[in-house]
Design a protein around this ligand. Structure first.
Ligand code: SIN
Length: 487
């Protein structure tokens, strides 16, 4: 199947979407979007920059008054219409995603549902933005709290979830009465533009949701962070880039939400159900070929079960079929770029040169330079880069520990704090470890922790703010206190 075989070919857009219009770059420039599995060019997309970003910010600003003055129910109905269209076009959205991102088509179908679930959830939550009446302390006064959208929001989203990372930001923003300028990753703009086309068809008014596509992230990000019109900046991506963007936002004291890097530990204790732990690590490590911020990055296994665990994990990893995501037999796809695969390989080579055992994989695959073999490593130590750096590829590094205290210390020995996972049957330990580990999210005997109803986010240098759930809506709301006197 090719992206050219979409059921609805109008979903393949190559221009940016600003103020309800499809626009080329004023420079006339364009760039190629390629399929990481084949290297083929899927489409050439208009390459916008600073001036068009200003245009998009102005459009979002102009659209703000009418959008925020709609009733919550009106906004809710428009979001619901957007959701319905995503579900109707699930197959095309999934095909676009696999073509530009490489993930296996079943995972793309799943991501479209995941992405749509945020729109459905926040369509409902839009109607539940309640304020407070504060019990008064003075007889002739009453104190009230109302919640209002923050205003124009800028969002920069990554390539690893080309649909869901957009809706996880856009849906609460629009529900809260904010308008948005989105800059999606240049590797995966087609999914974002297809979402814009569906927003347009849903009747979301011009200027409410704008998508600016371009390769000059510095110029576009510079405009979005510097503009005094933009009141909130939300980013999903790496910690170094997040820090830079936060600094840029400081000049206009913007609110920021940052979903940054992870270094997720998995703690497998000797009382765990070993098969469940192995299956959990398979799911948490190899989802999206290891390219998620919550992928298992360091697997800590108690000494006494380490050998059995490593053997069973390796057996399962050997069952993966690496290939083109459109191929029905494929269970793991390519990485996003050749550079990404080379980075993963340099981590493996560093570990190998310092004494790591490679149980399976360990190389770029013969199928192409973006394909990395599903890999299992053991005999690792803290001198190896893989013990500290986010792998973002299908490599499972197994470390060992002796005691619970040691496992907690090893898990916390990182500047990151996004997701973590614990496998044990001991209820007291579940509480002790969950409370002691410094992470925004803890999966206990469970790795499928993400959904629209939970607060996704991290602590330490993994970011700030939460996405999804009622907490995710709060991130797009200001609290206003009203004091009524002379009562
Ligand atoms: C991410 O990798 O940032 C998102 C993962 C998820 O939503 O499950």
């Amino acid at each position: 199947m090719s992206i050219l075989n979409l059921n609805d070919s109008a979903l393949l857009k190559t221009q940016s979407y600003i103020n309800g219009q499809w626009l080329d770059a004023s420079s006339g420039d364009s760039f190629a979007v390629t399929d990481p599995a084949t290297g083929e060019i899927i489409a050439r997309v208009a390459d916008l920059g600073a001036s068009e970003t200003q245009q998009a910010i102005a459009a979002a600003d102009q659209a703000l008054a009418a959008w925020k003055n709609k009733t919550a129910k009106e906004r809710s109905q428009l979001l619901r219409a957007w959701y319905d269209l995503m579900i109707e076009h699930q197959e095309d959205l999934a095909a676009i995603m696999t073509a530009e991102q490489g993930k296996v088509i079943s995972e793309s179908r799943g991501e479209v549902l995941y992405g749509a679930s945020f729109v459905e959830w926040f369509a409902e939550e839009a109607k539940r933005v309640y304020g407070d009446v504060i019990p008064h302390t003075t007889h002739n006064r009453r104190s009230l709290v109302i919640k209002q959208g923050v205003g124009v929001v800028a969002a920069v989203t990554p390539w690893n979830f080309p649909n869901a990372m957009i809706t996880r930001k856009a849906a609460p923003a629009l529900a809260a009465g904010c308008t948005m300028v989105l800059k999606p990753a240049a590797e995966t703009p087609l999914s974002a533009l297809a979402l814009a086309e569906l927003a347009d068809r849903a009747g979301i008014p011009a200027g409410v949701f704008n998508v600016v596509v371009g390769t000059n992230a510095v110029a576009i990000g510079g405009e979005l962070t510097a503009s005094p019109i933009v009141k909130k900046f939300t980013f999903t991506g790496s910690t170094p880039v997040g820090k830079l963007l936060m600094k840029q936002c400081a000049d206009t004291v913007k609110r920021t939400s940052m979903e940054l890097g992870g270094n997720a530990p998995v703690l497998v204790f000797d009382d765990a159900d070993l098969d469940k732990a192995v299956d959990g690590v398979i799911a948490a490590k190899y989802r999206n070929a290891g390219q998620t911020c919550i992928c298992a990055n360091r697997i800590f296994v108690q000494d006494s079960i380490a050998e059995a665990f490593t053997q069973r994990l390796t057996e399962k990893v050997n069952q993966f079929v690496l290939g083109n995501g459109f191929d029905g037999a494929t269970t793991i796809g390519p990485l996003i770029t050749e550079k990404a695969a080379a980075n993963v390989h340099s981590l493996v080579e560093d570990a190998r040169s310092k004494g790591a055992n490679i149980h399976t994989g360990g190389n770029i695959d013969g199928q192409g330079d973006c394909f990395y073999q599903p890999t299992v490593l053991s005999n690792l130590n803290s001198e190896m880069r893989i013990s500290r750096e986010e792998i973002f590829g299908p490599v499972a590094p197994i470390f060992t520990f002796a005691t619970e205290e040691q496992a907690i210390a090893m898990a916390n020995d990182t500047e990151f704090g996004l997701a973590s996972y614990v496998f044990t049957k001991d209820m007291s330990r579940i509480w002790r470890v969950s409370e002691a580990i410094e992470y925004g999210m803890v999966g206990v005997n469970e790795v499928a922790i993400s959904s629209e109803v939970i607060p996704f986010g991290g602590v330490k240098e993994s970011g700030q703010g939460r996405e999804g759930s009622k907490y995710g809506l709060e991130d797009y709301l200001e609290v206003k206190y009203i004091c009524m006197g002379d009562i």
